[in-house]
Write a protein that binds this ligand. Structure first.
Ligand SMILES: Nc1ncnc2c1ncn2[C@@H]1O[C@H](COP(=O)(O)OP(=O)(O)OP(=O)(O)O)[C@@H](O)[C@H]1O
Length: 610
């Protein structure tokens, strides 16, 4: 994670900040704004340039009514006025307008570029932080919400820089300059105009908390909807197989309707809020026309001054309007920032040790010593597991479904930490080594295979440029994948469709197996990896496995006991405990749980015609 990241655990208490749906909403916190501004620090020069351009633009805007006032009072309202000064004033007006236009265009360009650079960095920080998080985080967090965080929340934050910040600088400055000009022209009328300021403050104070709550509701409903879509897209095949389309559509609508209502409500309140200011602006102009008109009537001010004042009042309300609209942008940016800060502030449950042990090489010895584990405290899954695996051994693990086999492997790969006991590799507690090292030593092939868009070769080398073509082919040959790859239209260069859907389940599994072999791990774990394979592919993998297992410790979890028949030792798990261990022959002779499972599996195999 880049060290520049301002959202970190020490600086923010995000969970307290994040308004949960249904709770009363908090106001944008200054801490959140400060954290956003830290992201802008590297672009200080660009933002300073924007401020300079804004000053130029605003000055041109304030000068314009003054020029008209001069033209009216000095040259139009006098008898026998001359044309030349009026032409000169007109030309100056035009020139100033042009300068203002250019400054405005440039400032918009610069701020858009700066804002996008800031948000690109934020996206990088967020994505890299999500990558660093542990398994338990992904199990407890909705994918849709995370997609919303990375994609749309960061976009909303970009609006903080491109719209809100610009508005604060530009509109704030306009208000100051316009007020200054009014006081210079006539302080009494200026004081009268300033009466609207407290009214603006009161209206804002009334609307602000409600708007924040409304925006929060819309964003929450949106991410729930995206979550639902994400979940359904990945499981669409199952939905179609079970003809659940109508049910899912109904469920989708249950989320879609509240989202629609939230949007309508947000729109309604936005309009209500903005129109309140429009109304106030028009009332102020009418008031000024009346008060100024009276002053002109009593010859206290000239008509040019009245013109300038009415122009300034309108100019005064433009930035107020823009500021209030951008207040909405601020509200939604803050909600997005708070949600992102909550993700960024989640520490990885599994951390690297401060002083990791880095042995030059490992032999592949594994020791489980009195290992117990529970996902939830009240429900122990593994109970006092002790086993010692020697380097190069081929170990089989079997047991009924839910016995805890995959959990044991998740602990070995340190996706979770043991609740008690220790797991060590080459006598080093796995908590004392870097996760990156551990994952180089221990490679796990699971039943579910993730393939990515790219060629077959890309998927075997997993986009690492240091893996040569020869290594890719060697791994494919070892695992028995080469035969089917050679028959693909473009061989190793055949592009895979998303999730590898143009391959069979068995072929996908063989690719995953080859991908692991490329890593050349000292410890190879196959977690039900051959479960999807047909008899022929399984024989191919079995042969590959014998080759692959030669120089490394291999642990195979299998329901099909034929896969682990040749194992040096087979451990039988039942309800989180090792109930038997030994070679196939020893366990058969023992007539215990293994023998029973074997009998069952043989019956099944006979029934299936194996
Ligand atoms: N992420 C999780 N959170 C909570 N409970 C879990 C989680 N993963 C697994 N479990 C529970 O832990 C128990 C053991 O699961 P595990 O997947 O380790 O069993 P298994 O022996 O590999 O089963 P199978 O042969 O069906 O794959 C099960 O009761 C399961 O419901």
């Amino acid at each position: 994670m880049p060290s520049s990241m301002p959202f970190n655990r020490k600086e923010v208490k995000p969970m307290a900040n994040v308004p949960q749906p249904g709770t009363s909403a908090s106001r944008p916190s200054s801490a959140t704004i400060r954290e956003l501004l830290v992201y802008a620090r590297p672009y200080t020069r660009l933002f300073a340039g924007v401020v300079a351009l804004v000053i130029v633009y605003n000055l041109t805007q304030v000068i314009q009514p003054y020029l008209v006032k001069v033209a009216i009072d000095r040259y139009l309202l006098i008898p026998h006025g001359r044309l030349e000064p009026l032409i000169a004033i007109g030309a100056t007006y035009l020139g100033i307008t042009l300068v203002g236009l250019l400054a405005n265009l440039w400032q918009t360009r610069v701020i858009a570029s700066a804002g996008q650079q800031v948000v690109r960095q934020l996206r990088i920080d967020l994505f890299s932080h999500i990558e660093s998080l542990s398994m338990s985080f992904f199990e407890s967090h909705d994918t849709g919400r995370l997609i919303t965080n990375v994609a749309s929340d960061t976009t909303r934050i970009s609006q903080f820089f491109t719209q809100f910040l610009l508005s604060v600088i530009r509109d704030g400055l306009t208000i100051v300059l316009v007020m200054g000009a009014m006081f210079l022209l006539n302080w009494k009328l200026a004081l009268l105009s300033a009466l609207v300021i407290p009214i603006i403050v009161v209206i804002s104070a009334i609307f602000r908390p409600r708007l924040h709550k409304i925006y929060n509701t819309t964003r929450s409903r949106q991410s729930r909807l995206i979550g639902f879509i994400a979940e359904n897209l990945t499981g669409m095949r199952i939905i179609q197989v079970f003809h659940q389309e109508d049910k899912q559509l109904e469920a989708f609508n249950h989320l879609n309707i509240p989202f629609q209502m939230a949007n309508v409500n947000e729109f309604r309140w936005d309009v209500f809020f903005n129109r309140s200011f429009d109304l106030l602006g028009n009332l102020a102009v009418a008031f000024m026309a009346w008060a100024g008109g009276m002053a002109v009537f009593h010859h206290t001010i000239k008509i040019g001054v009245l013109y300038a004042f009415i122009s300034y009042i309108q100019q005064f309300f433009e930035p107020i309007n823009s500021l209030t609209q951008n207040w909405n942008t601020l509200q939604s940016s803050m909600i997005s920032a708070e949600r992102i800060s909550a993700v960024l502030a989640t520490p990885p449950a599994i951390k690297d040790p401060p002083r990791p042990i880095t042995p030059p090489a490992i032999t592949g010895r594994i020791d489980f010593d009195h290992v117990s584990f529970a996902y939830e405290r009240s429900r122990p899954i593994l109970d006092d597991i002790t086993c010692h695996i020697l380097p190069g051994q081929f170990i089989g693990i079997c047991g009924e479904t839910g016995a805890g086999k995959s959990t044991l492997i998740s602990l070995l790969a340190r996706f979770y930490d043991v609740t008690s006991g220790t797991i060590s590799i080459d006598h080093i507690d796995i908590r004392d080594v870097r996760q990156a090292d551990l994952h180089r030593w221990v490679a796990v092939v699971q039943q579910e295979v993730n393939l990515y868009s790219g060629s077959v070769a890309d998927n075997i080398r997993l986009f690492r440029s240091d893996v040569s073509d020869a290594q890719v082919v060697h791994a494919a040959r070892l695992t028995g994948a080469h035969a089917f790859i050679s028959q693909l239209p473009q061989g190793y260069n055949t592009p895979l469709t998303p999730h590898g859907s143009n391959l069979s389940a068995g072929q996908r599994q063989l690719l995953a197996f080859a991908r692991t072999i490329v890593l050349n791990p000292s410890i190879l774990v196959l977690d039900e990896a051959t479960a999807n394979l047909d008899a022929m592919s399984e024989i191919a993998v079995q042969q590959g496995l014998i080759e692959v297992a030669k120089n490394r410790t291999t642990i195979v979890i299998a329901h099909r006991l034929s896969t682990i028949r040749a194992a040096d030792c087979i451990y039988v798990l039942d309800k989180g405990r090792i109930v038997e261990s030994g070679t196939h022959d020893q366990l058969v002779a023992h007539h215990g749980a293994y023998a029973e499972m074997l009998q069952k599996s043989q019956l099944t195999a006979n029934a299936e015609g194996f």
